[in-house]
Design a protein around this ligand. Structure first.
Ligand code: OAD
Length: 234
């Protein structure tokens, strides 16, 4: 079986009703990114940051995976699939994908403010009330915080992600503006035989020497086209 690796961003979940960050009307137009998605922002105003992610979690309960997520999962019948996602939602999981690397954390999890990457401190929030209150404590006694990789923090899952990309026969990038590093740099780890596809309805800046096949469509229609293109592979 060929190894098929997906790298997904906010555009993957746009058709499920979750706003992207940088498109017009995106989240970073409504909230200053440094206030709600940086470690300095959290240190300055933890209540505001907790409120922001409590709201994101509430929204997640009311959305479902779209056709694109489902088609990504369906390709596991024919390929060895792994999904590297910058998204903190759980829509790939809910669509049935089995091997998922979350580069930027997971919305439904919480962790320690002192040691965010300590596996003993990472907990899954209850699905029926996924809220973190100020005063809720992690196992190490520190304030419980969202399990999100904020700007200014390390990205521990980048190493396994590089490993996956470097072994890919086919790499499919969906719905990311490739603005945020180190995730955006993952394309450079594809080996020279790896075929790279990009699904995004808008132009995305990438290195033309990578020979990328750009399917200029949204995630669901783009995945339908990709499945046709891959029909003789596997
Ligand atoms: P962006 O908001 O930067 O980019 C979204 C991309 O999705 C753009 O290229 C859009 O053209 C594309 N898009 C829009 N609608 C789409 C659709 N229906 N189908 C497919 N693509 C569509 O989001 P990311 O690149 O994911 O990190 O942002 C990267 C990181 O920046 C996020 O993980 C987040 C943010 O700050 C943190 O919060 C830590």
């Amino acid at each position: 079986m060929k190894k098929l690796v997906f790298l997904t961003g906010a555009g993957m979940s746009a058709e499920s009703g979750i706003s992207t960050f940088r498109d017009s009307g995106g989240l970073w137009e409504q909230y200053p990114v440094e206030a709600v998605a940086s470690i300095q922002g959290y240190e300055r105003d933890p209540e505001l940051v907790q409120k922001f992610y409590n709201e994101r979690r509430q929204q997640l309960g009311s959305v479902t995976p779209n056709e694109g997520h489902k088609l990504v999962a369906s390709l596991e019948d024919k390929f060895k699939v792994s999904v590297i996602t910058q998204n903190v939602d759980d829509l790939h999981e809910r669509a049935g994908s089995q091997h998922i690397i979350h580069l930027h954390g997971e919305l439904m999890k919480a962790t320690s403010s002192r040691n965010p990457n300590d596996p003993n401190c990472i907990v899954t929030l209850p699905a029926d009330n996924p809220v973190i209150h100020m005063g809720d404590k992690a196992k190490d006694g520190s304030q419980l915080r969202p399990f999100i990789v904020w700007f200014g923090e390390s990205v521990p899952m980048i190493e396994p992600a590089i490993e996956e990309v470097s072994r890919a026969d086919i790499l499919v990038v969906i719905g990311t503006s490739l603005n945020v590093y180190p995730a955006a740099g993952l394309l450079n780890f594809a080996n020279s035989r790896c075929k790279i596809y990009l699904i995004d309805p808008n132009p995305v800046p990438y290195d033309p020497s990578l020979g990328i096949h750009h399917i200029m469509k949204g995630a669901s229609k783009g995945m339908e086209e990709l499945c046709q293109l891959l029909v003789n592979e596997g």
